[in-house]
Design a protein around this ligand. Structure first.
Ligand SMILES: [Zn+2]
Length: 306
């Protein structure tokens, strides 16, 4: 050990490891290819300012933008058995879980919270497409049931933001069992006379569409969201016919009576409040005296090492 190893080498290392501008400062719109600055994109609730494409938004960011002052309390979700089938494809299921948790900073694919939206008390659940495609396994089932139970307990409406590639194949039949389970939970809300509203986001597919995502008292979708059971490619290959333009997209489903509304993300909060207050016999919300919901705070990129 001498001054070269102790002092000079770390200094040289730090000079050469100095990072370039992090790539994640800019996001490319998958629809129109425009490069969008991360801060503006976040302020715009992850909607492309050029083509209005609604990109995925994390449940946490959605809740921060939805609830008054960005304040909400998470509803505790009972922990299911981890890896019940000891499933392994190219990777073991627990390894996939670990990398999804690391990538998203979340425990699982659904977040449940209670709070107020324009002073309208609600319980909400949101699915995280970034977490293993938002897939519905036992945890998502538990989260949904916990949210519905909490809504009944507090006598509040239950709002679900759906986004999913379908059921979680790593949990096999146990993930499919979440379809009847969540359906029963919705019945519980109906019996309690509480509204259940679904917001379908891009994409909502598979077993999720075949259960709780299509059972809302009011069905809202974000613009151009793909909503289907089997995707357009699968159908095209099966029937060997070209599908019409916009097939299985939100606007198409609205035209064909599958949805009640297609609502831009920036208007969603007001619209939800209007619908929920109407359904629960509350007077219209007063907007004037409320602080607007926080746009999600952006973490500053780390300063490069000196
Ligand atoms: Zn775009």
């Amino acid at each position: 050990m001498n001054w070269i190893t102790n002092y000079v080498r770390p200094k040289i290392n730090s000079l050469f490891s100095r990072r370039e501008v992090p790539e994640n400062l800019w996001t490319k719109c998958p629809e129109c290819g425009t490069m969008l600055f991360h801060r503006e994109l976040a302020e715009n609730l992850n909607v492309c300012s050029n083509c209005d494409h609604h990109m995925a938004i994390t449940p946490r960011d959605r809740f921060k933008a939805l609830f008054d002052g960005g304040i909400f309390v998470e509803v505790k979700v009972p922990e299911p058995l981890a890896d019940p089938l000891q499933f392994k494809d190219q990777k073991r299921y627990p390894e996939r879980m670990k990398s999804a948790q690391k990538a998203t900073g979340e425990k699982e694919a659904m977040l449940v919270a209670e709070g107020e939206v324009l002073r309208t008390p609600i319980v909400a659940a949101a699915q995280n497409f970034a977490f293993m495609g938002g897939s519905m396994g036992m945890y998502v089932g538990n989260a949904f049931v916990a949210g519905a139970r909490r809504a009944v307990e507090l006598k509040r409406p239950f709002v679900v933001f759906a986004a999913a590639g379908g059921a979680r194949m790593q949990e096999g039949i146990l993930s499919l069992m979440q379809m009847p389970r969540t359906t029963v939970a919705i019945e519980m809300l109906k019996e309690a006379g509480l509204p259940y509203v679904v917001v379908l986001t891009h994409p909502t597919t598979g077993g999720v569409t075949a259960s709780y995502a299509m059972l809302g008292d009011v069905q809202i979708a974000e613009p151009n969201a793909l909503i289907c059971f089997a995707g357009p490619r699968v159908i095209e290959q099966t029937i060997r016919e070209k599908l019409p333009e916009g097939f299985q997209r939100a606007e198409y489903l609205l035209d064909h009576g599958m949805l009640d509304r297609v609502t831009h993300r920036k208007n969603l909060r007001d619209e939800l409040v209007t619908i929920l207050r109407m359904l629960t016999n509350l007077p219209p919300a007063i907007k004037g005296d409320l602080p607007p919901a926080d746009p999600q705070p952006i973490e500053e990129p780390e300063a490069p090492a000196a």
